[in-house]
Ligand binder design. Structure first.
Ligand SMILES: [Mg+2]
Length: 258
């Protein structure tokens, strides 16, 4: 299936339908530019303002759905009323209500052991970084010499293979390690957006494909950046292109009044 640029559709249709949409954004690499480490991302203050304007205009139907821990998202997005979903759907704050999917004991034990193994690997491979998100782990290799990627990959897979309750998913310059029973971002989309609304979903990475696949047929799904093939119907070139669109949406919403 070919992917079409979003822009012509946006101007003709989305602005008209703003009040009937549910907006779902992945964070890193989608709305915010990737940085050398997860901690060093830059969040433009105006993007936060635009998210808040859109949220008010859409009666709260705006959410960030990310692989980051919920606490981490809350510290970077100072909008107490915005819905946030962390750990690919395992933790959430939706309409002010907090929730978390409980980990089974076997999964919790294995995650702990996997953390110890991966943390030793991160010391062995310069530039690698283990991000411990409690529910899931990310092993980042963005700053590892590309010639070493294959051997790091083998070491990570070898280290995790013994665990019966964990899975590995490759993502952009990292591997996500999570419980087999972990929800996906697609589960988050199902919970957030009712059938009556048009979900508009933006993502850039492998785990965002779960959202594109789960979305109802009438949803507007948008891949941000170069990832292909994709299940998304539309494309945008970069996080900056998405932030520009968010600015337009916020401007349009402000003109309409709240
Ligand atoms: Mg992303």
């Amino acid at each position: 299936m070919s992917v079409k640029p979003l822009r012509p559709l946006l101007l003709d249709r989305l602005l008209v339908d703003l009040r009937r949409t549910f907006w779902i954004f992945d964070w890193d690499g989608t709305l915010i530019d990737l940085a050398p480490t997860p901690d060093s991302i830059q969040v433009p203050p105006e993007t936060i303002d635009h998210l808040e304007i859109l949220r008010r205009h859409c009666a709260g139907r705006v959410a960030i759905v990310s692989g980051r821990a919920l606490k981490d998202l809350e510290s970077r997005i100072p909008l107490p009323q915005l819905s946030l979903v962390g750990n690919h759907g395992a933790q959430w704050r939706v309409n002010g209500q907090y929730g978390v999917k409980k980990l089974g004991q076997a999964e919790a034990d294995e995650l702990k052991e996997a953390t110890a193994i991966l943390s030793r690997l991160s010391q062995k491979y310069p530039g690698s970084e283990l991000e411990n998100k409690e529910w899931t782990l990310s092993f980042h290799v963005r700053n590892v010499d590309p010639k070493k990627h294959q051997s790091v990959r083998e070491a990570v897979y070898h280290g995790i293979r013994q665990f019966l309750h964990l899975q590995i998913r490759p993502a952009k310059s990292c591997w996500e390690i999570r419980p087999l029973s972990a929800p996906s971002k697609g589960d988050a989309v199902k919970h957030l957006a009712g059938d009556a609304l048009t979900p508009v979903i933006f993502g850039d990475d492998a785990t965002d494909e779960d959202m594109f696949l789960t979305a109802p047929a009438h949803a507007i799904t948008v891949i941000v950046g170069p990832r292909r093939p994709t299940q998304a119907r539309f494309s945008l070139s970069s996080p900056k292109a998405l932030r520009d669109i968010l600015r337009e949406l916020a401007g349009h919403a402000s003109q309409l009044g709240e």
